[in-house]
Ligand binder design. Structure first.
Ligand code: ZN
Length: 645
């Protein structure tokens, strides 16, 4: 039997600056949904990527004095490194500057032109000369000023191609009415319907005022504007329109296709994209989910307010599962959420450490104390409390599934925590410490232990898409074999016995709330620590001391994860000598091997060689670091073997 398919996408992100919690939420949400479908046995495919064209990128690259293509390459590498750090399970990362994408966009554009869905006309808008950009009425500041630089704009006309939205308006409305699940939440659907009913103007889909884009083949003074360029990524990445369109056939024409976006780009996905598909005669097979945003306590997060939260900072300090849990739990379905230091620390302490972590700890301790770590299912016994717990487990599995299918991930988590609370309450009801005093109650005591462990096992399976290390940690500590970590095993009583570890390890250590709220607030305000250590005037190095170090430029020719240590990478560096050097560096939490390959770094070559966990290390890379982050020192214009003074 062939498996059902599931194709899920994030929007492609626009690389003007460092990615923050907002883009991270979308990406983590898609990751959770994808892992959920994996758990259910689907054949899944997860696409994310970067939107790398447009005037703004040209400008930022100019400011940085580098070519746009180098700028976007760097942004894409940083973004991938962040997704790796977040253990995002994406299958493909598309960049709109890639050839595989460009050719498809050009082909689509010419086809629509040929069939008359795109025509040449004039675009009128408010134009800012210094910014070389058009703005719509709603984007402008007071007195028609430029929203980017504040200068006055001029009403100008530009030659532009247009896509005939009006032609498809009625068909799209019918489609939305016939497919109530097409756009969620419902409020967003209503927004879209109202917008279409006001009448759609044809959409300007090309520009002549900048170059950094995909050229229109039949009229190269035009570049394709963002709509057609960016939206097409969802099918170009699958090989649509090429000789290798197996993935397109399999996933687009498969069972489920899901686009997840923020509410700010709802219209593009709910109107322009389906109309493009109609014009191309491709079925609109997707469901669209447009979520809200995280805000700071005082409203929208912004750099100027000092309220931007960066995911790598949070992960380095508190851990990945902690961040995933908060993001997925706190954004309500259909609404916006607040990221505040208090609520973040409280969620860790109350939900993760107390309710969940502690339940696992207590259960394992009691199973060791009363049964030396081994218990079996007691089929003869059934009390009211057992029955109630079993029933809630079964209900929770059902509501969890329903919620996950409908993008209500925070609801699914709330349900899970209701079950966790109920399991905690079950301990109070059954009072194992009293049962333990009476040897005739031994079977009943074992029955209680079994109920706790089995409830936790099922909680662990349902947590798999959400918390990565914690679910694995739970299975390990409870001694749950792989076949009882599956969707098929989700039924109370499925497992016959448990052999738990001797000593439980807390999955989520409790934090000192007051101290951590203060520390996190300071980080978010951007006034984090650094207590700069003063120079030790009594212990100065001489130039001879410094000259003892032999520093050279090296080029990373290969890198891989250390086979026996999570934190280490094993790197081969060309330092201009006969043979490349092997260096073991503790930077695996900060860099992927792929990212390092080709980078030119600074190496100390005359360090005494050492063996680190079985791998020889013949040197050291120089890196800068603070509490949050670590960055290796790199150079651009030097060659392997060049000296460093
Ligand atoms: Zn301007």
């Amino acid at each position: 039997m062939s498996r059902k398919t599931y194709y899920i996408t994030t929007p492609i992100y626009y690389p003007s600056g460092k990615l923050h919690i907002g883009n991270t939420y979308t990406t983590v949400l898609c990751d959770a949904l994808r892992r959920y479908k994996d758990l259910k046995g689907y054949d899944t495919y997860y696409l994310t990527g970067m939107d790398e064209h447009g005037k703004k990128i040209e400008t930022v690259a100019d400011e940085r004095n580098i070519a746009p293509i180098d700028h976007v390459k760097q942004m894409a590498e940083e973004t991938r490194a962040l997704w790796d750090r977040l253990e995002i399970s994406y299958d493909d990362f598309i960049r709109t500057t890639e050839k595989r994408h460009k050719t498809v966009v050009q082909k689509i554009f010419e086809q629509l032109l040929d069939q008359g869905d795109i025509y040449l006309g004039h675009y009128e808008g408010y134009y800012c000369m210094p910014c070389e950009s058009f703005f719509t009425d709603s984007q402008l500041g007071e007195n028609h000023t430029c929203p980017d630089c504040g200068r006055e704009t001029d009403l100008l006309e530009e030659e532009s191609y247009f896509l005939k939205l009006s032609k498809y308006q009625k068909r799209l409305l019918n489609f939305i009415e016939e497919n109530p699940a097409f756009i969620t939440p419902e409020t967003r659907r209503n927004e879209v319907v109202n917008f279409i009913k006001q009448g759609l103007n044809d959409l300007s889909v090309s520009r002549t005022t900048f170059d950094w884009g995909i050229k229109v083949v039949s009229n190269p003074k035009h570049v394709v504007y963002v709509w057609i360029d960016a939206l097409s990524n969802y099918i170009s990445a699958l090989g649509y329109g090429t000789d290798h369109d197996e993935k397109f056939q399999k996933y687009w024409h498969g069972d489920e296709v899901v686009h997840v976006t923020g509410k700010d780009i709802l219209r593009f996905h709910a109107i322009y994209w389906p109309i493009l598909l109609m014009a191309l005669d491709i079925p609109i097979n997707f469901r669209l989910h447009a979520h809200g945003f995280y805000q700071g306590k005082e409203g929208k997060m912004s750099k100027s307010k000092g309220s931007l939260v960066y995911p790598d900072t949070i992960i380095n300090k508190y851990g990945l599962d902690e961040l995933r849990y908060f993001l997925l739990r706190e954004l309500p379905y259909g609404g916006d959420g607040v990221f505040s230091p208090d609520s973040f620390i409280e969620r860790i302490n109350y939900d993760l450490a107390n309710d969940f972590g502690n339940l696992l700890n207590r259960t394992i301790s009691m199973i060791n104390k009363y049964f030396e770590g081994n218990i079996t299912r007691q089929d003869e016994i059934s009390h009211q409390a057992d029955k109630e717990l079993e029933d809630l487990v079964e209900t929770t599995i059902k509501t969890y599934e329903e919620n996950m299918e409908n993008f209500k991930v925070s609801e699914a988590i709330k349900d899970l925590w209701r079950l966790i609370s109920r399991t905690n309450k079950y301990i109070d009801e059954t009072t194992p410490w009293i049962l333990a005093k009476d040897t005739s109650q031994k079977p009943q005591l074992q029955n209680v232990m079994y109920h706790l462990a089995e409830s936790l096992r099922i909680i662990g399976v349902l947590l798999k898409p959400l918390l990565l290390d914690a679910s694995q940690g739970l299975f390990k500590q409870l001694g749950v074999a792989d076949k009882y970590q599956t969707w098929a095993s989700l039924s109370f009583g499925e497992i016959l016995e448990f052999h738990v570890v001797k000593k439980p390890t807390p999955l989520f250590p409790r934090l000192d709330a007051e101290k951590e709220i203060e520390a996190l607030s300071a980080i978010i305000r951007g006034e984090d620590d650094p207590e700069i250590t003063p120079v030790d005037e009594d212990n100065l190095a001489t130039i001879e001391d410094f000259n003892k170090l032999d520093l050279r430029i090296g080029k990373v020719i290969a890198a891989k994860f250390h086979p026996n240590a999570d934190k280490l990478l094993v790197i081969k560096v060309d330092t201009g000598e006969k043979e490349p050097r092997q260096i073991v560096a503790g930077i695996a939490k900060h860099y992927t091997p792929e990212f390092l390959e080709g980078k030119k770094v600074v190496v100390v070559v005359n360090l005494k060689p050492v063996s680190l966990r079985g791998e020889q290390s013949e040197g050291m890379l120089l890196a800068g670091s603070n509490k949050q982050t670590l960055e290796i020192l790199t150079v651009n214009n030097l060659d392997p073997g060049d000296g460093v003074q």
